[in-house]
Design a binder for this molecule. Structure first.
Ligand SMILES: Cc1cc2nc3c(=O)[nH]c(=O)nc-3n(C[C@H](O)[C@H](O)[C@H](O)COP(=O)(O)OP(=O)(O)OC[C@H]3O[C@@H](n4cnc5c(N)ncnc54)[C@H](O)[C@@H]3O)c2cc1C
Length: 414
């Protein structure tokens, strides 16, 4: 008998899970309260990164912590009340920054990151949107003299992990990106990474591929999840849906539906903002740039240059605070001639993050048939497809494309 599965959440992770389960012959329904790809998977920088294998909470965090405590740094801001209300998460996050926890987490992230670009390339071809992919890498840039040493250390670290990066001098950087102002002393070209020109449209196209292959896409606000006989019942405001299996892929909202089941997931969010700006006449970027010391990314998109901000540790639903994005705008203008905003609004999103910076991929303990796929932090746009492949392989009892042990829900749920 064909097993039925209902996937909750149509961000990059949920849509990828739906496609991977469908490919294995399951009858899949995908539910979201919005159109696919309209939340976190919409507003990111669109980098499909091969280099993001160093978790943010690495041992180097301790050196930077004093800089962040003043709460004025563009890289990290926090709301004290939010941290005090979530001591378990923040202590867990900091305790993972121990040297002996680094190598296993780097290895786990690498196992997710390495297959990500090839999987996206395949899906983009199948979805007819290969033209949205720019196979031009991305640039990491440093301004100061100390930055040169940081760039060198980063190059060594990445090359030791088999990632192709090229150190560029000023001349080579200017040949590659002629519109950048000559303010950078060091640059690394991440050759194994790529980017897209509108992340939301990529998720939308993957969801359309899922539907074209016979998948069902429903638009509902999910209000409840419960065991129903041998299967699972999803309750929405207007209907109920029963399936043999359920997958929770609700990104930053994932913990909400699990709590009533007694599953207390230590999921927090690292919020971030974006705004689009028009470039000055005749100026352009061929690839996203990350200005490391100024803590912003600037990514060429279909509708202008997308300026993205660093991390804000605040409640997922707390009102906006545009201090970080306003702080980086003049720094971005030092690097590149941005003119008018392309729109009036500032977008906000929430990177879903567990204390060890690894996603949760697998079956929930004590809840057979309930599967979890969330917590992809800063790299969920890249790693959505591989998350889907791992989850679907586990559901079907096949070998997974990466060792699932580091992502097992049992590390936080008993
Ligand atoms: C500023 C910024 C820049 C980033 N840059 C990059 C990058 O360059 N590269 C990269 O790989 N990653 C990047 N990321 C991270 C990446 O965007 C996320 O990790 C990823 O989008 C998470 O995807 P998701 O599917 O888990 O969550 P989401 O995309 O948020 O999907 C969750 C879905 O659940 C739905 N939902 C929630 N609650 C309910 C409910 N009750 N009923 C029905 N539906 C519900 C939502 O509508 C949403 O569609 C960035 C993130 C930010 C914020």
């Amino acid at each position: 008998m064909t097993r039925s599965v209902i996937v909750l959440g149509a961000g990059m992770v949920g849509v990828s899970c739906a496609l991977a389960l469908q490919k294995r012959g399951l009858k899949v329904t995908l539910v979201d309260r919005r159109e696919p790809g309209r939340e976190t998977s919409y507003g990111n920088a669109g980098v499909i990164s091969r280099s993001s294998i160093m978790p943010l909470n690495n041992p180097g965090l301790w050196k930077n912590l004093p800089k962040y405590l003043g709460n004025r740094h563009a890289a990290v801001r926090y709301r004290l009340g939010h941290l005090l209300a979530n001591p378990g998460w923040i202590l867990g996050f900091l305790s993972e920054a121990k040297p002996d926890r680094l190598a296993p987490r780097v290895a786990a992230l690498e196992s997710l990151i390495a297959p990500s670009l090839p999987l996206h390339k395949r899906l983009m071809t199948e979805a007819g949107i290969a033209w949205r992919l720019r196979d031009t890498g991305f640039l990491e840039l440093w301004r100061s003299e100390e930055g040169r040493a940081a760039a060198e250390a980063r190059r060594t670290f990445l090359e030791d992990h088999g990632v192709r990066v090229e150190a560029l001098d000023r001349q080579a950087l200017s040949a590659l990106e002629p519109s950048l102002n000559p303010i950078f002393s060091a640059a690394l070209l991440h050759k194994d990474s790529a980017s897209v020109d509108w992340p939301g449209a990529v998720v939308e196209a993957y969801a359309a591929l899922f539907a074209a292959r016979g998948g069902t896409v429903l638009r509902h606000e999910v209000t409840g999840l419960s065991k129903q006989g041998e299967g699972w019942r999803v309750t929405t405001k207007s209907a109920q849906y029963d399936a043999d299996l359920a997958v929770v892929a609700l990104g930053p909202w994932s913990a909400d539906l699990l709590r009533p089941l007694g599953l207390k997931v230590p999921l927090n969010v690292e919020r971030g903002y974006h705004r689009h700006y028009q470039p000055a006449q005749g100026r352009f970027l061929n690839r996203p740039i990350y200005d490391v010391e100024a803590s912003y990314m600037l990514a060429p998109m279909e509708r202008g240059l997308r300026l993205t901000s660093g991390v804000e540790l605040a409640h997922r639903d707390a009102p906006d605070d545009h201090a970080q994005i306003e702080q980086v705008l003049p720094r971005a203008r030092e690097a590149f001639p941005l003119t008018e905003p392309a729109e009036d609004t500032t977008w906000r999103g929430s990177r879903p993050t567990l204390p060890d910076s690894l996603p949760m991929i697998g079956e929930a303990p004590r809840n057979p048939g309930l599967w979890l796929a969330f917590g992809n932090q800063h790299i969920g746009f890249s790693t959505g497809p591989v998350t889907g492949e791992i989850l679907a392989a586990l559901v079907c009892g096949e070998p997974a494309p990466a060792d699932p042990a580091p992502f097992a829900p049992g590390r936080y749920l008993s």
